[in-house]
Ligand binder design. Structure first.
Ligand SMILES: [Fe+2]
Length: 375
């Protein structure tokens, strides 16, 4: 009995394995998620850098599962006019502060475009760079890494505690050429020696990872929905990055289209609410990004998605509208579009689900906590 049964069992195992491969890893219903993610008691996300600023006239909001505190023209949470102002630019940076069992952690997600903006806004918002426990760089584009020296300067003062910086792959460091002009301009490359001088300790994590005990990154985001990788840059293997660290199919090329393989989202599981996904630029698709966060954590409920959804060129208006329809199916409680999201998505989402869309400006702070848990 044993031999025959053994053969059948092995065949079944092989067949099941093949079905699993055909269906893809995210469709393995009932399978344990690859990461046990911690649940945080509360989470605050503050916009440090984005394109839009606003004067001191916006009201704060108290919504189910989310409070929004607007920064005035300078002060942390007070409407006032100061000689200096929060600055906006085409860049993205968000500070996440979470709390779990009385322990707080601060994670800086991206650094914006310029050192001056990051340093100015951190200072005006009253954030001490030395209080940051870890950083995540979502991908190797200038509008996300350009401001990294805004924390401690080009050379961190002696004795500065190094900030662990998670990136998604060696591709982060390849020189980029922007496909937005004629001739296409060099966007540059992130210099890892400069990062080390400025006080960062780089970790390459293409797999899902826990960050500062309380957050998690998605690792490589599979292209599983209707969304394609749509990235207006090309990448130069061997320039700034080590060819040996790239996917084998990319190593020999001198220049090739970016596919965002190294792009990460940073996420939290908030007790009683669900996932909060920080989709920095969504070059692999914001729906793919959210689906990946669900698969990594095993948590289906999405409370909020914040960041750049990149529904502008090279994506189309139709893709923007289809993304809104997909979000209607996922049914997050809140959508907070920023940065490269684009007007078509925002207009369509406001038309179809106005109660879900909350606008964001530099200095805005989004507080997530299960309503009953408030003191
Ligand atoms: Fe971006």
């Amino acid at each position: 009995m044993s031999n025959a049964t053994g053969v059948v069992s092995r065949r079944l195992v092989v067949a099941a394995g093949l079905i699993g491969l055909l269906n893809g890893p995210l469709r393995a219903a009932g399978k344990a998620p690859p990461l046990v993610v911690p649940e945080v008691d509360k989470l605050a996300l503050q916009v440090i850098d984005d394109a839009a600023t606003f004067g001191p006239f916006l009201p704060n909001l108290d919504l189910p599962g989310m409070k929004v505190i607007r920064a005035g023209n300078g002060g942390p949470q007070v409407a006032r006019m100061l000689p200096r102002a929060l600055l906006g630019e085409f860049g993205l940076s968000i500070l996440a502060e979470s709390q779990r069992s009385g322990q707080s952690r601060r994670v800086l997600v991206d650094f914006g475009y310029s050192r001056e903006t990051l340093a100015n806004n951190l200072s005006l918002l009253g954030i001490d760079p030395r209080s940051i426990d870890a950083a995540v760089l979502s991908h190797g584009h200038l509008d996300h890494y350009g401001g990294f020296a805004g924390l401690f300067g080009e050379t961190a003062p002696k004795g500065t505690r190094r900030v662990p910086l998670t990136v998604g792959g060696e591709e982060t460091f390849c020189e980029r050429v922007a496909q937005i002009g004629d001739p296409p301009p060099i966007m540059g490359a992130l210099d890892r020696k400069a990062l080390a001088r400025a006080g960062y300790d780089v970790r390459i994590r293409p797999e899902p990872a826990i960050i500062a005990d309380q957050a998690f990154t998605t690792g490589v985001i599979p292209l599983e929905s209707f969304e394609r990788a749509a990235i207006p840059t090309q990448m130069r293997p061997g320039v700034g990055c080590d060819r040996a660290g790239l996917a084998p199919a990319k190593r020999a090329a001198t220049q090739l289209p970016d596919d965002g393989e190294h792009e990460l989202a940073t996420c939290y599981a908030v007790k009683g609410l669900g996932l909060v996904v920080i989709a920095s630029c969504s070059h692999r698709g914001v729906i793919n990004t959210v689906r990946r966060a669900q698969a990594v954590s095993g948590i289906q409920k999405v409370h909020a998605v914040i960041g750049g959804f990149h529904l502008v060129r090279p994506r189309t208006d139709d893709e923007a509208r289809r993304t809104v329809a997909e979000f209607a199916r996922i049914d997050p409680t809140y959508l907070i579009p920023m940065h490269c999201t684009g007007e078509v998505f925002i207009a369509e989402a406001l038309r179809l689900m106005p109660q879900k869309v909350v606008r964001s400006y530099v200095g805005s702070k989004f507080l997530f906590e299960e309503p009953g848990r408030r003191a």
